[in-house]
Design a binder for this molecule. Structure first.
Ligand code: FAD
Length: 553
């Protein structure tokens, strides 16, 4: 448990030793007693403590010091530790300065030197001040702190990345915390490069890329071997299921995920139709369980690593990462799933992360407690999103272009939406534009039947307008449909009885693309049934054909 600090400051070593001795005598069990021999040293220590998240409960500072007076030290010190009690050590001649600073810097007490006997002249005063501090102080958070601006897109992306990877953190809004703003300005040279991530070991990262952040918080980002039996691209249900079976059957398996394991399913607030979970399971929980299972069985999982292409060098398949590095294997599984489609309307793009979100940005829900928000879309994912946000928001308006949600949403969700008092469905409605200065304030909605426009004041808009396959990085290598789905096995179009560029005597296996040894499973595969169970089934079944392929190389 982190102890708060009492920091005493005096340039006279004898006085400093005496005050330290007396403080230790009474407070060492509950406080860390620190000392500094000058004002500058004291402020350096105060800054470092702030960076580590350790609070200062009290400054005890001598008034007469060269370089900086005690009052000056306290004035600067309170910018970093505003709750700390401030005590000035004075000689008789300094009482005037002390009295003046009571109002000036909110001095709590001035203590005349010498203070002997401490039991009478020191401890009663400090006991009172420290108990006041204890009553008011927020206990320090001992994990990662993320300091930034509420409406910054980069801050939102970092919050989302940490929460989706289930890394606990404390969010600090710099608008609301002057002392953190002071610290961040020093660390990042201002408050434009945000967020600043502060770690308990005292280190920090300014506006970090996901990869650097992942490495720092202890997620695996580097492959431990140069070669694998199978590299799985994408850590949604299909990829995770494949990793579980590959590892359990003794294959050297590497799963590469660009964001967080779980994929689309990981963003679902509650999956109610996946076998074996009668009361449903959150996507985050399912992702966590599957990741733990795959790792326990021996699969390696890399996070925050984007794959940009695959090269064929028979018999090897070489997977290339965004930073240009590569890893080799005999077989590759493409399980890159689908990405949420963008809504291309005026005003939307600049507000992404500042009230406009694609999918269920669950890390943001608490920001909209008591507010009016809207959900765009009429499919199951939109329904789940609406139910989730209804727990926080005052009112959730679901906008659908169709005449209702009955045709596009599962019956159980339609019933739940109807039964939730603060959800309403606005049918025949389409977003025409979004407005707000630094964050979303309203949208303009068009009635698709009458053409009439109306304003809707909302603080947030969560967009679920469908998804499209992520396969552009494999274009030119594997056969895809015109809409980007990867074709496999019997679905591959043939000329003269053979798939394009297929050179082997045998037919492509199930789940195998037109490049031998490269397989596809889950939502990205043409003809897949886009459900969690179907993706898990695809990923699990594909391992059988991967085994058959491995017997041939
Ligand atoms: C909000 C929401 C709720 C849903 N609810 C349900 C439900 O209740 N029941 C149900 O059955 N289905 C539900 N679905 C559908 C279900 O989640 C998907 O069918 C399923 O997740 C598909 O799994 P997948 O592994 O094929 O792909 P995805 O889940 O899309 O995973 C693909 C993964 O690949 C990664 N990736 C992509 N490109 C790269 C790259 N270049 N390099 C590295 N990694 C990459 C992505 O980051 C992603 O993590 C829901 C979907 C959404 C969006």
């Amino acid at each position: 448990m982190m102890k708060p600090v009492i920091l005493s400051v005096d340039d006279d070593p004898e006085v400093l030793r005496a005050i330290e001795r007396d403080l230790r005598e009474r407070y060492r069990d509950d406080y860390r007693i620190m000392k500094a021999a000058s004002g500058h040293d004291a402020l350096d220590a105060a800054r470092e403590l702030k960076q580590r998240g350790t609070p200062i409960a009290m400054f005890l500072v001598d008034q007469r010091m060269p370089g900086m007076t005690g009052v000056e030290v306290l004035r600067e010190g309170r910018k970093l530790h505003p709750d700390a009690r401030k005590v000035l050590l004075t000689a008789y001649a300094d009482t005037e300065a002390a009295i003046a600073s009571i109002n000036d810097i909110g001095l709590d007490h001035y203590l005349m030197k010498p203070w002997a006997p401490p039991a009478e002249r020191l401890y009663p005063v400090l006991d009172d001040l420290l108990s006041e501090w204890t009553a008011r102080a927020r206990m320090p958070f001992e994990g990662i702190r993320l300091a930034g601006a509420r409406w910054s897109r980069q801050c939102y992306l970092t919050r989302e990345f940490l929460s989706r990877n289930q890394v606990p953190y404390q969010w600090i809004d710099l608008e609301q915390d002057d002392s953190m703003r002071e610290l961040v300005s020093t660390l990042a040279g201002g408050v434009t490069r945000l967020p600043v991530v502060l770690f308990p070991d005292g280190s920090h990262l300014v506006e970090p890329e996901n990869l650097a952040l992942a490495a720092k918080v202890g997620l695996s980002t580097q492959a431990t071997r140069p070669f694998y039996d199978v590299v799985i691209i994408g850590g949604g249900p299909a990829g995770l299921a494949n990793a579980v079976y590959a590892a359990s059957e003794g294959l050297r398996a590497l799963l590469v995920e660009q964001n967080a394991p779980g994929g689309q399913a990981g963003t679902s607030s509650r999956i109610e139709n996946y076998l074996g979970f009668p009361s449903g399971i959150t996507g985050a929980d399912l992702a966590q369980r599957a990741t733990t299972q795959a790792r326990r069985l021996g699969a390696e999982i890399l996070t925050a690593r984007e794959v940009t292409g695959i090269r064929r060098e028979d018999p090897y398949r070489i997977v290339r990462f965004a930073d240009g590095s590569e890893v080799s294997s005999f077989a590759v599984l493409i399980s890159t799933g689908m990405a949420v489609r963008m809504l291309d309307k005026p005003g939307i793009e600049p507000l992404v992360g500042a009230g406009v979100y694609y999918g269920a940005a669950m890390s943001e829900a608490a920001l909209y407690r008591g507010k009016d928000i809207c959900v765009i879309g009429g499919a199951n994912s939109a329904g789940q999103g609406a139910l989730f946000f209804a727990r926080y928001a005052r009112r959730v308006i679901v906008l659908v272009r169709a005449g209702g949600i009955e045709k596009s949403m599962s019956h159980y969700l339609v019933e739940q939406l109807k039964a939730t008092e603060n959800i309403e469905v606005l049918a025949n409605a389409e977003v025409s534009s979004a407005h707000g200065t630094d964050h979303l304030e309203k949208i303009v909605v068009q009635n698709v039947e009458t053409g009439t426009m109306s304003d809707l004041a909302v603080s947030a808009m969560f967009i679920f307008i469908g998804v499209s396959p992520r396969s552009e990085m494999f274009a030119g290598l594997v056969e895809r449909t015109s809409t980007g789905f990867v074709l496999t096995g019997p679905d591959l179009p043939r000329t003269h009885g053979k798939p394009a560029r297929w050179t082997l005597e045998r037919e492509p296996f199930l789940f195998e693309t037109n490049v031998p040894g490269i397989f596809a499973a889950g939502d990205v595969r043409a003809g897949a049934n886009r459900r969690v169970a179907a993706a898990v089934g695809d990923g699990s079944a594909a391992i059988y054909t991967i085994h058959r392929y491995l017997e041939t190389v």
